[in-house]
Design a protein around this ligand. Structure first.
Ligand code: ATP
Ligand code: IP8
Length: 266
């Protein structure tokens, strides 16, 4: 029997960490989201989480995204990868102790990039574990790069890549705001949220987007949208919702109508 097309869920670092404080974790959010994932019981789910106040500040301090330039960065790469495994461990604890058969897949061990773009991905373990009913959990990570030596792979690039490679039905993006706005809603009270965007409309909105105003080495919302566009072109539906609000991830996974930005090809 063929398996249902997967759903790719990204839980943003803005949700599970406190981006204003280095290594600040939002344990309550992690626990609540794990409860919601358990209750939604989505078949063929792939989870990716971001770096938030764990990966970004350390990667920034050592200029890891820019690639290897000097010996002193070597320990910085190790630290960046390590703090991501710590955050991933906290997330995995919450999933596994609730009885969710989640298995962590370390991007730095199975993915190589070329100038920051995924070049090869050894995906046989991921395929096998999905076939057996496990839930793979990946994350933005410090990875090895054939041109740069190393770099940072964002969870958002990973989300779009996995969704396309595994012909996902949909992508759910959980962030700490209600959806995609014309400007950053945290800095402009007049920001207007988009409820539904077609691909063509999204490309117009993309021109309005700026970078991030918190420590973020992967480019914040503007980069997230740039990464998602190829997946939307592929026909994959994207729903961006506020994962800090209780039951939003549950409802998004169940396909229930909630406030958020729905992005579709047409
Ligand atoms: P991480 O990269 O750590 O996983 P994340 O994916 O949760 O983090 P960000 O990359 O920080 O989240 O993106 C979410 C943030 O983008 C919001 O907190 C918001 O302030 C900011 N933002 C900037 N421009 C916009 C916009 N036009 N619409 C919505 N949010 C925006
Ligand atoms: O938070 C980046 O992933 P993102 C992870 O999804 C690191 O952009 C290590 C900074």
């Amino acid at each position: 029997m063929s398996q249902p097309r997967p759903t790719v869920l990204k839980i943003g670092g803005s949700v599970i960490t406190d981006k204003s404080k280095e290594l600040g974790v939002q344990m309550e959010a992690i626990s609540r989201i794990a409860d919601e994932i358990l209750e939604a019981n989505t078949k063929n789910l792939i989870i990716v989480h971001g770096g938030g106040s764990f990966g970004h500040p350390v990667a920034q301090k050592h200029a890891i995204k820019e690639g290897f330039k000097e010996e002193s960065q070597i320990i910085g790469f190790a630290e960046t990868h390590h703090v991501m495994t710590v955050l991933n461990g906290l997330f995995m604890d919450a999933l596994i102790w609730r009885g969710i058969p989640a298995v962590s897949i370390t991007p730095s061990s199975c993915i190589m990039t070329r100038n920051g773009r995924i070049m090869c991905f050894e995906d046989s373990p991921l395929k096998q574990l999905m076939k057996m009913g496990f839930i793979p959990v990946l994350y933005g990570d410090a990875v090895f790069d054939t041109k740069l030596g190393f770099t940072i792979l964002s969870g958002d690039q990973l989300v779009a890549f996995l969704a396309m490679r595994f012909n996902a039905k949909n992508i759910v993006i959980g962030v700490d705001v209600d959806g995609l706005y014309d400007v950053d809603p945290k800095t402009n009270v007049k920001a207007k949220m988009f409820e539904r965007l077609t691909l063509a409309e999204l490309k117009n909105v993309q021109k309005l987007l700026g970078g991030s105003n918190v420590c973020d080495v992967t480019g914040g919302m503007a980069n997230k949208i740039a990464e998602l566009i190829p997946a939307v072109e592929h026909g994959i539906t994207v729903l961006m919702v506020n994962a800090t609000k209780p039951r939003y991830i549950y409802k998004a996974l169940k396909g229930e109508r909630i406030k958020g930005t729905l992005i579709e090809k047409e």
